[in-house]
Design a protein around this ligand. Sequence first.
Ligand code: IMP
Length: 428
Amino acid sequence: MKGKVDIIIGAQWGDEGKGKVVDMMGSDIDVFVRYQGGANAGHTVIVEGKKIVFHLLPSGMLYPGKLCVLGNGVVLDPEQFLKELEDLHERGQDRARLVVSPSAHVVMPYHKILDRAQEAFRGKGHMIGTTGRGIGPCYVDKYARSGLRVEDLLDGDRLRESLSTILEEKNRLFTKLYGETPLPLDEVYLPALEWGKAIAPYVGDPVQILQEALDEGKRVLLEGAQATLLDIDHGTYPYVTSSSTSAAGGFTGTGLPVSSVDRVIAVVKAYTTRVGEGPMPTEDKGETGEALRVRGGEFGATTGRPRRCGWLDMVGLRYAMRLNGVNAIALTKLDVLTGMKEIQVCTAYDLNGTNTDRFNGAAHILEQCRPVYETLPGWNEDISNCTTFESLPRAARDYVEYIEKNAGVPIKLIGVGADRVQTINRGL
Ligand code: IMP
């Protein structure tokens, strides 16, 4: 095995700017891979002022001629998949370099209906605040061994037979429990057959392709979606997504051997945001939160929902560093803090009168944690054109070094603006 695998993961609750970091590293990478999640992600890349959002395809699709893979751990939404390919085609991008795993599960129309119906069923106070993209119900079917995989869309007779069994159960749930209209077989089967035909040219064998790429000395980048604190096992359960968003998921989700990993790179936003429900100790519902939301353009790339905003949570960050075995941090959106008189950092939680620096993901515990802050000086100088660490104002450098020291991981990349070029590279 001569090649190298780097994994990029989000260290907070998502929307850290992973798309931009993947895109930044792009020229050195041979193969880009998505390994979990589905069209709930929203990876935004800005190239020459143009904003491009990928929900399902790897961000590497913008690099002509490179190989992109959707691994077995992904849940594939056929409509979104085909739409993103069509958009790329319209922009004149070559589409032939994409390979989809036959074992990836398919997000079907009934999953999206179930996602919304289950949220409504949970009711106010118990909702997860999902993206409504059918992610949870699709993973449920995967683990219940009643899901459809990409390969199942390719054989019409088998597809019809499987769907008729599946719909019998789903329709009973729809009518008897959720008050939804039942789905007629052909209404699902006929489009699914068409999706199969359209996806067929991209279906390959990622396990073999990736292993061969490593044998040939290629560089592979695993592009995580969502983030560590939304991990199904290690996140703020039950307010999480339904996949393994941390670095470990990169192996089950692709078939790459664990020993192939070279670096785990965590993308960290200079402050904290969260979309959907669930505890967020540093959430600021006042002026600071509003200022971060407006300056940082903190509105969901998938749903357009305003993101909850607050200061950097070092307790959660240290947890994410250890859990993922992070080697390097890419710090994004430092420019958003410009103009803040002072900057606060949550260094511990007050849990029932006792300070703790231990992150306990269980939502019912985290809900009781109050942030304990340290205050650092802010800066006023525009940093969006800074190209070296040394050219940043003193207070901005101090903030970066403070995070490095507390996280115990070097910050190798600093984002000072939305464009690909607005990045300070310190040896990533
Ligand atoms: P689901 O993934 O649609 O089931 O949503 C579960 C939780 O994960 C909700 O709180 C969503 O807001 C959150 N979530 C899912 N995808 C993303 C993302 O790409 N960024 C941020 N939050 C996300």
